[in-house]
Each structure stands twice: as C-alpha cells, then as structure tokens.
Design a binder for this molecule. Structure first.
Ligand code: RB5
Length: 142
C-alpha cells in the first residue's frame, strides 16, 4: 500500500513513529510535511494530503492534528475524499469496511502510541465490504 502523511504542529511529534510503523510493515509512506514542530495551520496540511490521495488512485493517507478534528474536516473538503476521524481499532476497521475511507485521521493529544499502532493495523488489514455499503458511499459522493 502507498500512504501519504501530513500533520500540523500538534501532530508532528508522532509522525516519525507512524512512518516507521508503515515502513516496518512493508508499505510506502510519503511525508507531505511539515518538516518541523513550528506552528502551522491544519487546513493547509489536511488539504495537501487529501489532494495527493485524490490524485493518486488507490493510495491512502494519514492526517494528524491535536484532536484530529480540524485536519479531517479540511481533508473531507477535497472532492472524492473520505477521511475518517478514528479513536480505536474498531473505528479504524469500520472506516475501511463500511465507509471505504482512504484517509485515517486521529488526534495526537487523544490517543497513545499503542492505540495508534492498533488503528493503523486495523486500517491496513481491513477491506471495503462493498454491497449495501457501496450504495451508501455512492450517496455521499452524490
Ligand atoms: C492546534 O492547537 C489544534 O487546534 C489543532 O491541532 C487541531 O486540534 C484542530 O482541530
């Protein structure tokens, strides 16, 4: 799988940990910034990740801010993108199984490293179920 990742300053500290998790599992991850913990605006980085995923069919994204709320809101403004704000392995799995989310969003100030690892494994390891869920996702698109 190919991932893009972007954060704001409040998600920056955990970014290296996430990148290592993804590469350890044999997947690719492209860092879209920021390159330091200097203060930035989460809409800029949510948009950057969402536009990269939208332009690269079959790719996925991870966005992190303090709560995950603002950066997921921003990512969801990009047409065709479904960014899911998750809090645990269950929500991360359902984001793939039922919502066909391409982007996993969470808050660095909300979840710890163990939960992050479980969310990433659930997101990677769960396929979209299609069927009735595809009809519902099509309604979101419409
Ligand atoms: C930054 O202080 C914080 O507002 C941001 O990271 C995020 O939590 C917004 O939704």
């Amino acid at each position: 799988m190919k991932f893009y990742i972007a954060t704001d300053h409040a998600g920056y500290a955990v970014k290296a940990y996430i990148k290592a998790l993804i590469t350890d599992r044999g997947h690719e991850i492209i860092d879209l910034g920021p390159d330091s913990a200097d203060r930035v605006d989460y809409p800029d980085f949510g948009r950057k990740c969402a536009e990269a995923v939208a332009a690269d069919g079959g790719s996925f994204g991870i966005v992190v801010c303090g709560t995950g709320i603002g950066i997921s809101m921003a990512a969801n403004k990009v047409p065709s993108i479904r960014a899911a704000l998750c809090h645990d392995a269950y929500t991360a799995a359902m984001a793939r199984a039922h919502n066909n989310a391409q982007i996993l969003a969470f808050g660095e100030r909300v979840v710890g490293k163990g939960v992050i690892e479980s969310m990433i494994d659930a997101f990677i390891g769960t396929a979209f179920e299609g069927g009735r869920h595809a009809d519902r996702v099509a309604k979101i698109e419409a």
